[in-house]
Write a protein that binds this ligand. Sequence first.
Ligand code: 3SL
Length: 247
Amino acid sequence: LDLKVHLSVSDLSEKAVLGRTAIIVDVLRASSTICAAFSNGAKDLIPIEDMAAAGRILSNLDDEICVSGGERDGLKFDSFQLGNSPLEYTEEVVSGKTVVLKTTNGTNAIMASRLAETMIIGCFNNASSVANFVQDTDELSIVCAGWRGVASLEDCLFAGYLADELRQIKENVKMDDGAILSMNSYLQNKNRLSESILECDHGQRLIDLGFEEDVTYCSSLDLVDIIPVYKGDRIVTESLVALQAAS
Ligand code: 3SL
């Protein structure tokens, strides 16, 4: 396995993921929100690059079949229905709907990785499913969303969790420096993951905004067993079994 970890989107050229499997990681909170939306029955999710695109897409979708969500600097857009808290994406709100999502870093990381052969969304909440899904992959890029072009500890910890899992399953894992840095950071913190995420920069930023419950939720391992996959212009989900059968 050739394993590369991009510690933030600014560390990613468009072609870096070309022909590879990419896992997009934004533990706080976009990846966790996407998993929550799908585990509560969202039909699909359209990640948005900018507000102009959001306006265009939303004006073509009936309110009955779509929900808008997202944040800027952690806070909900006035014109959107939901913010970026995974706890808002309940069955009652998202079941059967198309979610249109715009976030500060997570949706940008998704859009920046569009040339990947396969792109999935990962975080602690679907950790084991992601590790299982990529175990037969030969060329894997983990793209950490980070925060405004800078690495984030929580994304780095999840990248390190995956690197550590894969190194235990596979014979030859060739890691780049990003993967080694992430894995060492994970190994140092694996017995205090929640605490580390509560203490890190973005954990603290979210706590200051009143989202401590989100930070704890996003640090929880294996709450769901789904894999959100980017297909065409949107993200859909299938069970791990269906995805493995198709590959
Ligand atoms: O940066 C992002 O994409 C967001 O997930 C950030 S926040 O956790 O909603 O503030």
